[in-house]
Design a protein around this ligand. Sequence first.
Ligand code: GLC
Length: 497
Amino acid sequence: MPESRRDCLKLILFGGASLMAGAVTARAGVDEKDRLLGADLFGPTHEQRISWWREARFGMFIHWGPYSLLAGEWKGKLYDGIGEWIMYKARIPLADYEHLAAHFNPVKFDAEAWVQLAQDAGMKYLIITSKHHDGFAMFGSKVDQFNIVDATPFKRDPMKELAAACARRNIRLGFYYSQAQDWHAPGGAIWKGPHENDPVYAVPQWDPKQNGDFDTYFNTKVIPQIRELLSNYGPIAVIWFDTPLGVMNVERATRLEKLVRELQPNCLISGRLGGKFQSDYDSEGDNSIPNLSRAGAWETPATLNDTWGFKKSDHNWKEPADITFKLVDIVSKGGNYLLNIGPDGEGVIPQPSQDILRAVGRWLKVNGEAIYGAGRSPFGQEFGSFSKIKVDKDGKPQFEPRNEWRCTTKPDRLYVHIFQWPTLGRLDLPAVKFNIAKAYLLADPSQTALGVKPTATGVTIALPSSAPDPIASVVCLETMKTEAMRYSSRLQSERSL
Ligand code: GLC
């Protein structure tokens, strides 16, 4: 369905556009399929831009910078909270942070190994901090010397190396960029609160060098650095903005949006740009998964322990089974999972995070068809329900989640992910709207048919006595062709919501 007047025009002019195709020079980032759809005349639609992302479902987030070297400790004191905020938390003077950068020499950084890990985990895209709130550019920037090439003994540009490794391995590359907060550039915004009662944080600035004008910072650092990132590193899949604070008004956000669209029309803009309506998908809160299914495009950014940037004291690693559940839970509610690693100051990815990701990757090798390109559950009761008695801290009915099973979908298939293997040798499902042609376990290479019987309340599937996979076993239900087609068209219209 056309999204706007512009898209209607595109349809009307489509014949003309294809005649002219030879005469039009394709714009950067417009691939062949989009070009044939007239994207080189009008730019891709939101749907064209985002289709790969909807397929991908699982991405790697990387938080890495000079803060990784501090690993949560400053002048002998361990700071609580997320590691990449240590400059703010410990009120580190700019000169000291520059001195730290001058010792940042991550000689063990290996772009190939990092991208290989993303691939082993079954992740399809990778988003790395090109500049976090500390203002330090993790790429060679001509507009600010405070960058990894000019201000460290390392002198290499890890973003260049990652771009090359991603291109070789077919992983899409995206850049996190802190557009509003910058604790190093004069005039950069600094978060206020919720520390109002703590005198240490009452004044946002802690170094006179931070004083300055936001627009000067925006014009001389943000705009030119985004230009550099979108000009020097090949096709960029996503620009992941963060913490817009009050300063990212409609005008400033629109300038950034226009710049991204002009330089790389296929690049997605994540949900934290600010200034309303400019982004391609919503970002859920950190580590937050909605209780119920959600329409539209959205992503949950999440950690493997309790920090984004490396902290030597944080060993609170989640179990592979928990991460796998979260991945399935998110996909079954219609979202993407962006899962973080925090390499250390030498460029080494902590072994526990490598182990967890590889375990998830092994599960995906067998069950990936139920995740990639899969849509949300047609049921809903499996997520849980709101309590009639208990209330949450806001006085609203408390949600009581369930986690026995989840369901993902494709036009002619339902996938039931079983996390708690039923002891009765059968799986009872609520009524399905389709006739089931065949049921089998994805872990069974011979696809032996499982018995399917209608019941008074739905359908029951006969299961072997023990689960083939200790984390989650997936039953694929193939549906009848005609119904599958009807469902597929419903799914299509739902996708354009
Ligand atoms: C928060 C934090 C930030 C982190 C981000 C990840 O907004 O400010 O440090 O990068 O979440 O989603």
